[in-house]
Design a protein around this ligand. Structure first.
Ligand code: AMP
Length: 416
C-alpha cells in the first residue's frame, strides 16, 4: 500500500477534484431542472431510526434484509444510515405537517446513501443519488412530469444509450389478487426455481422477475404479468400516463417484468437504463407510492418520485472533467517583501470582480512562481516587481507593463 496505512473503506471512494468537478456539472444541471419545475430542495439526516426503513422500504426487501448499515447509538437506539431517500422525505412530510401546504409538495434532493452491497463497477456502499418527489397528487400528470424531469436531465447531460422502461404494479388490491396468482405459478414450478426465490415465494414473489438464475428466468417468462391484469382505475391511470408521455414525445418501452427493490411502489414504476453500463445498468428509476405516507403515520397522500445514481450517470458519460478556469496568478519579484501582501490584496480584488486569481503560498522565488503558474494552467500572470507591474499571457509568452493602480480594470477589461 503506497503512501499510508489507511484506505477508504471497501465499497467507498474519495471524490478527488477532477471527479468532483464532473459531478458538480451533473448536480447543477439537476438543480436547474428541479428549480424550473418548482421542485424545492430538501435535505434530511444521513441516519434515521431503523424502523423507518423497515416499515417504509419493507421487511422482505433485500435492502432491509441484507444491506442496511445499522448501529446502536449510546442510548441503545437502533439507527440506520439511509439506504434511500423517499421514506425519510415522507417522514419529514408527516413530521412537519406538509399536508397543510399547497399540494402536491414538490421536493428534490441530492446526497449520499448507503447500502451494504457487494461492490463492483457502478455499485458502491456509499453512493450518491439525486431525486425528486411530488407528494399529494394521484394525477397521472404528476407521474408524467416526474418521468419528464429525469428524461430532461438525461438529455441535458447528453447521457448516451438511455432507454426508459415503464410498468405498473396496480394498486395494493389489484396486486394482492395478482400475487396469489403468481405464487400459484411459482409453486407449480418450485423445483425449477433458485433457492433464494423459492424461499421467498410467500414474502416477495415479485422479486423472482429480477433473478438471474436460468431456471427461474424460464419459469418467469411463462409467469402471469401484472400489467396484463390491470383493471378499472389502475388501467385508466396507466393508460393516461402513457398518453401523456406520448404527447410529450418521451419514448418508452412497456416492460411487464419490471419490478423494483422497494415494497412501497403502487401503480406506475419506471427505470432508465443505459447500454453503456455493465450489469448495473440502471441510471435511475422510481414510481408511484400511494400508500407510503399513510403507512408512516400521515394522512393518506398519494405520491410519485424517482432517484438517479450520480456515479452511474458519470460512468455512462465517461467524460473527462473540464479543466478549472485559472484566470490570473499574481506573482511577486524576488525582492518580494511587502509586495506579497499587495499581491494578496490584488488577488482579492480580482476575485471580487469575478475572476479566479491565486497567489504563491509556498515562498517560491519569481522563477518558481512562474513555473508553478504554468503548472496549474494560469492564463495570465501578473508580476509585481521593482519596475511596477507586468502582465504576461502564458499562451503567447507576450508580456507588457500595466499601471499597478489599474490592474484590475486592465485585466477584467482585457479578458472580457
Ligand atoms: P433505488 O433507490 O434502488 O431505486 O436506486 C435508484 C438509483 O440509485 C439506481 O438507479 C442507481 O443509479 C442508484 N444506485 C442504487 N444503488 C446503488 C449502489 N449500491 N451504488 C451506486 N448506485 C446505486
Amino acid at each position: 500500500m503506497a503512501g499510508g496505512k489507511y484506505q477508504a473503506p471497501r465499497g467507498t471512494f474519495d471524490i478527488l477534484p477532477d471527479a468532483a468537478r464532473a459531478r458538480r456539472r451533473v448536480e447543477s444541471a439537476a438543480a436547474e431542472i428541479f428549480a424550473r419545475a418548482g421542485y424545492e430542495p430538501i435535505a434530511t439526516p444521513v441516519f434515521e431510526d431503523t424502523e423507518l426503513f423497515e416499515r417504509g422500504v419493507g421487511h422482505s426487501t433485500d435492502i432491509v434484509r441484507k444491506e442496511m448499515f445499522t448501529f446502536e447509538d449510546k442510548g441503545g437506539r437502533s439507527l440506520t444510515l439511509r439506504p434511500e431517500g423517499t421514506a425519510p422525505i415522507c417522514r419529514a412530510y408527516v413530521e412537519h405537517g406538509m399536508h397543510t401546504l399547497a399540494q402536491p409538495v414538490k421536493l428534490s434532493y441530492v446526497g449520499p446513501f448507503f447500502r451494504h452491497e457487494r461492490p463492483q463497477a457502478g455499485r458502491y456502499r456509499q453512493f450518491h443519488q439525486l431525486g425528486a418527489e411530488a407528494i399529494g397528487s394521484d394525477s397521472p400528470l404528476a407521474d408524467a412530469e416526474l418521468i419528464g424531469l429525469l428524461a430532461g436531465l438525461v438529455a441535458e447531460l447528453g447521457v448516451p444509450g438511455v432507454e426508459l422502461r415503464l410498468g405498473s404494479l396496480g394498486s395494493l388490491d389489484t396486486r394482492q389478487a395478482y400475487l396469489d396468482e403468481l405464487r400459484a405459478h411459482l409453486r407449480a414450478h418450485e423445483a425449477e426455481l433458485s433457492k433464494e426465490v423459492r424461499e421467498r415465494i410467500d414474502a416477495n414473489p415479485l422479486r423472482a422477475f429480477d433473478s438471474d438464475d436460468e431456471g427461474t428466468r424460464a419459469v418467469m417468462a411463462a409467469a402471469p404479468k401484472l400489467v396484463e391484469r390491470l383493471e378499472g382505475g389502475d388501467a385508466e391511470h396507466f393508460e393516461e400516463v402513457r398518453a401523456l408521455l406520448d404527447a410529450a414525445g418521451i419514448a418508452y418501452e412497456i416492460d411487464p417484468t419490471l419490478v423494483r427493490g422497494l415494497d412501497y411502489y403502487t401503480r406506475t414504476i419506471f427505470s432508465f437504463v443505459c447500454d453503456r453500463l455493465g450489469a448495473q445498468s440502471e441510471i435511475g428509476g422510481g414510481g408511484r407510492y400511494d400508500g407510503l405516507v399513510e403507512q408512516l403515520g400521515g394522512r393518506p397522500a398519494p405520491a410519485v418520485g424517482w432517484a438517479a445514481g450520480i456515479e452511474r450517470i458519470l460512468l455512462a458519460l465517461g467524460e473527462q472533467a473540464e479543466e478549472p478556469s485559472r484566470d490570473v496568478f499574481v506573482a511577486v519579484g524576488d525582492e518580494g517583501g511587502e509586495r506579497r501582501s499587495l499581491a494578496m490584496v490584488l488577488a482579492g480584488e480580482l476575485r471580487n470582480a469575478g475572476l479566479s486569481a491565486e497567489v504563491d503560498l509556498g515562498g517560491r522565488g519569481l522563477k518558481g512562481q512562474l513555473k508553478h503558474a504554468d503548472r496549474i494552467g494560469a492564463r495570465r500572470v501578473l508580476i509585481l516587481d521593482a519596475d511596477g507591474a507586468q502582465l504576461r499571457d502564458m499562451a503567447s509568452g507576450e508580456q507588457r507593463s500595466v499601471d499597478a493602480a489599474k490592474v484590475v480594470e486592465e485585466i477584467t477589461g482585457g479578458l472580457a
